[in-house]
Ligand binder design. Structure first.
Ligand SMILES: [Zn+2]
Length: 315
């Protein structure tokens, strides 16, 4: 643990904000095959996933609140919100939420004024993470520069981003990683003076994807964005159907497993039906700790706590 930064500050808490539900094709949840074919199968597959949560997170910190991702906007229900020419939005995605499900009203319910939030960190810029940006006109919006470039313009729209829906005022602060390792991650960026909130690059689902690590006295939270859709898929090293670079995605999942061997890690993907329960229970990655992962243990984890079972468990 020699290269783990910072110490835990007392009183740091993480809250889950659920901004509606999404379903995607099963072939996106678990990529089938490789290369172009894997990407195409997310459009051509017929089986839907279950309805999955869309989580954003609030880190309540003595140095100021930090929001991680902003969830979705209820505007997705408007007929022209998504470009009808794009096969992904025609075929690959369905979402459900009301205006009250958006992050702004939900923070208000917790007596947090979204306009007072100091900083917002974006794991990536897909619509179900960036849809709530309009609630944070006064915040510093932190984005990985490559992610912003890839999301911009017509090419961004071809890649499945909706840059035309970003707020007109958006002038992100670009995060520049330092050559300072955090565990298995070679570069990192501390967000607090205490060094207990740290961003690390987690390319895979998108090339500029990042995750946010929050060290508390008892456990370390890993706000994972879309590095995988469930903990079981991370343990299994399963790449999704849309990641542009399969090797990068697999390498990121490997680093997360390594981190889980070093620290009591609570892994919190944005769409895992079990994320909120794990957060509340401070439930650390089970198979990640100790002697390392064996194939058998990893595949058993997938069988026991696979997608359907997890969903059924909360019905
Ligand atoms: Zn995404």
């Amino acid at each position: 643990m020699s290269n783990i930064l910072g110490t835990a500050t007392a009183g740091v808490e993480v809250f889950a904000i659920r901004t509606g539900s999404v379903r995607i094709r099963e072939n996106q949840v678990r990529g089938k095959g490789h290369g172009r074919r894997r990407l195409l199968r997310t459009y051509t597959g017929v089986a839907w996933s279950d309805w999955l949560p869309i989580y954003a997170w609030v880190i309540a910190h003595p140095e100021g609140q930090i929001v991680v991702d902003t969830g979705e906007t209820a505007q997705v229900a408007e007929p022209d919100y998504f470009p009808s020419w794009h096969p992904y939005f025609r075929r690959g995605l369905e979402e459900r939420l009301t205006p009250q499900d958006e992050i702004g009203p939900q923070l208000e319910n917790r007596w947090i004024d979204s306009r007072q939030v100091r900083r917002v960190v974006m794991t990536h810029l897909h619509t179900d993470h960036a849809g709530g940006l309009r609630h944070f006109p006064n915040s510093e919006i932190l984005v990985e520069p490559r992610e912003f470039a890839l999301a911009s313009g017509l090419n961004g729209r071809l890649r499945g981003y909706l840059p035309n829906r970003f707020p007109a005022w958006l002038r992100p602060t670009f995060m520049k990683f330092l050559p300072v390792p955090y565990g298995p991650f070679e570069r990192s960026l501390p967000l607090t003076d205490a060094g207990d909130v740290v961003v690390v690059p987690t390319p895979g689902h998108t090339a500029g994807h990042v995750s946010v690590i929050v060290r508390t006295v008892e456990v370390t939270y890993f706000l994972a964005g879309d590095t995988s859709y469930t903990e079981a898929l991370m343990l299994d090293g399963q790449v999704d159907g849309v990641a542009p670079d399969e090797d990068a995605a697999r390498d990121t999942l490997r680093r997360i497993r390594l981190l889980a061997e070093r620290e009591p890690l609570v892994y919190l993907p944005a769409h895992d039906p079990q994320s909120a329960d794990r957060l509340l229970a401070k439930q650390v990655v089970r198979e990640g700790r100790g002697s390392g992962l064996s194939e058998t243990v990893a595949s058993k984890a997938v069988r026991v706590t696979g997608f359907q079972e997890r969903h059924d468990a909360i019905q």
